[in-house]
Design a protein around this ligand. Structure first.
Ligand SMILES: [Zn+2]
Length: 188
C-alpha cells in the first residue's frame, strides 16, 4: 500500500485535514485530525473515492456492500450505486460490536464487501465483518478511504484495500507535548 497523491489532494482541497489538539477514538492524542465529512459532504469527492474502492472490490465479486455508521452509510450507498448492488449499514449493537438493524437482510452465503472511511485500529471494519458473518453472509473483501494504522490492520484473512495510507504522529496522553503546553483538547 502507499500514499495516493490524488487522495491527499482531495483531503486537502476539501479541508478535511484539521490542525489542533485531538483525542482520537483510540484514546491517543494527535496534532492532526481528518474530518472525513468535509470530504464526504461533496458528491464529486465521494464519487471519486468510491470509484477507487469499487475498482478494487469488483474482482472479489461482491453481491452486497456494507459499512459501519456513520461514514459507511454514504460509502455503502455510493459503492453500491457504482457496482449496481445494494448498500446497507451496520450500527452499534447494545450488546457490543455492530449488527444489521432496520430489517436489513443478508442471504445465506451472500458475498459482502465491507467499506469504511478512516481506520486506525480496524475496529469498525472488523465489527462489520463480524456482523456480516453473524447475519449469514461471507465477507469477501474490505476497503477504506484512509488507513492510518501504518499497515497494522489485521482483517482475519479478508482481503484489505485502502485508497491511501497516511501516517500521523500520535502520543499517549501522558507523553503528549500539546497537553504539556496546555493546548485545549478536542475529543473526536
Ligand atoms: Zn494531548
Amino acid at each position: 500500500m502507499a500514499v495516493d497523491p490524488e487522495m491527499v489532494r482531495a483531503l486537502e482541497d476539501s479541508g478535511a485535514f484539521l490542525q489542533g489538539h485531538f483525542q482520537l477514538s483510540s484514546g491517543r492524542h494527535s496534532d492532526r485530525y481528518i474530518e472525513k465529512f468535509n470530504l464526504l459532504q461533496w458528491p464529486h469527492y465521494t464519487e471519486m473515492v468510491c470509484r477507487k474502492m469499487a475498482a478494487w472490490g469488483r474482482s472479489h465479486e461482491p453481491q452486497l456492500i456494507a459499512g459501519p455508521t456513520t461514514g459507511g452509510v454514504i460509502l455503502a450507498y455510493e459503492v453500491g450505486r457504482q457496482l449496481d448492488l445494494r448498500g446497507i449499514f451496520a450500527e452499534r449493537d447494545p450488546e457490543g460490536g455492530r449488527s444489521f438493524q432496520r430489517d436489513f437482510k443478508i442471504a445465506p452465503g451472500e458475498r459482502v464487501m465491507v467499506v469504511d472511511d478512516i481506520t486506525s485500529t480496524g475496529e469498525a471494519v472488523m465489527d462489520t465483518v463480524e456482523a456480516v458473518r453473524k447475519a449469514g453472509g461471507v465477507p469477501v473483501c474490505a476497503a477504506v478511504i484512509v488507513d492510518r494504522s501504518g499497515g497494522q490492520i489485521d482483517t482475519d484473512g479478508v482481503p484489505f484495500f485502502a485508497a491511501t495510507e497516511l501516517t500521523m504522529q500520535t502520543w499517549a496522553p501522558d507523553e503528549c507535548p500539546l497537553c504539556r503546553e496546555g493546548v485545549p483538547l478536542k475529543v473526536t
